[in-house]
Design a protein around this ligand. Structure first.
Ligand code: GLV
Ligand code: MG
Length: 306
């Protein structure tokens, strides 16, 4: 089954143990909300959180928001129960499962296979539930190329700077920034590898959580930098981060209008038998057409006009 293409500018984290927060998340403007059974839940609450998550997925009005959970890692005792219990109870109200701490393609294969068994048992369409994986272990980054192609359920790869910095033994502050004045982005290598692997496999790349929710300007800058690299969205760990992400990862009306002019100029040149032309003193060729197509696709996905 071809995977649906979903908007993912903002992916809002909500602890699955805290049902008082669910209604606000469901009513938010986040493109995707995930109820977190992993690190936002205390271990003692992880079993009970499954039922809370499934009930909320089924019963709340989520509008067009994509409904997801983050399960526990496949090397924990909670993983199989997370999949079986939440999918069995939530059924098609669950659209995406986020798999944390993926190290190898076989981690994804394990979840994919288990999901297929559950789908068949309870009569859900095969492969209806999509996956996102977190690259947040150094081993996962080493294997990101094969992970990106490991399952036809896979829709996105998320860079997780928090665990990744721990896995690498990096010395960072609580916002996962280096504790020294490091020249450039210390996570550029990881971010670049993730986006290249994702794009090569035809899926989305999503940028890391940003703990400092009191600094919207720094969050917005981080969104803009990720968007410049080809990331289509970023995690939001607080509702105040949703709007900046939604704005940063959407093309502006000017970009949409300009991309239309580029296409028109190129088509006109093409009709005249030329492969390139000029627009506002700039060369326009087939590469510009590809950029314009990306802007047009994103604008259409988000329902935006130029
Ligand atoms: C996300 O889970 C992270 O560790 O950054
Ligand atoms: Mg993590």
């Amino acid at each position: 089954m071809a995977r649906p293409i979903r908007p993912r500018r903002s992916e809002l984290a909500t602890p699955a143990s805290n049902d008082r927060m669910f209604a606000k998340s469901a009513a938010s403007a986040a493109d995707l909300v995930f109820l977190d059974l992993e690190d936002a839940c205390a271990p003692a609450e992880r079993l009970g959180a499954r039922g809370k998550a499934a009930k909320a997925l089924r019963e709340l009005d989520w509008g067009s928001t994509v409904r997801a959970i983050r399960m526990n890692g496949v090397d924990t005792r909670w993983a199989y129960g997370d999949v079986i219990e939440v999918v069995t109870e939530a059924r098609s109200a669950l659209e995406v499962i986020i798999v944390p701490k993926v190290r190898r393609a076989r981690d994804v294969w394990w979840v994919d296979t288990l999901l297929s068994q559950v789908e068949e048992t309870i009569g859900l369409p095969p492969k209806g539930i999509g996956l996102e994986v977190l690259i947040e272990e150094t081993e996962g980054l080493e294997n990101v190329g094969e992970i990106a192609r490991s399952s036809d359920r896979l829709e996105a790869i998320v860079f997780g700077a928090g665990d990744f910095s721990a896995s690498q033994g990096a010395r960072v502050d609580t916002n996962f920034d280096p504790v020294v004045d490091y020249p450039g982005d210390m996570w550029h290598y990881a971010r670049a590898r993730v986006v290249v692997a994702a794009r090569s496999a035809g899926i989305d790349a999503i940028d890391a959580p940003f703990p400092n929710y009191r600094d919207p300007d720094a969050y917005r800058t981080a969104c803009d930098r990720a968007a410049a690299m080809g990331y289509v969205g970023k995690w939001a760990i607080h509702p105040s981060q949703i709007d900046p992400a939604n704005t940063a990862f959407a093309p502006t009306p000017e970009e949409i209008a300009h991309s239309r002019r580029v296409v028109a100029a190129y088509r006109e040149a093409e009709a005249a038998g030329k492969g390139a032309t000029g627009l506002d003193g700039m060369l326009v060729d087939a590469a510009h057409l590809r950029h314009a197509a990306t802007v047009a696709r994103t604008a259409e996905l988000l329902g935006l006009q130029g």
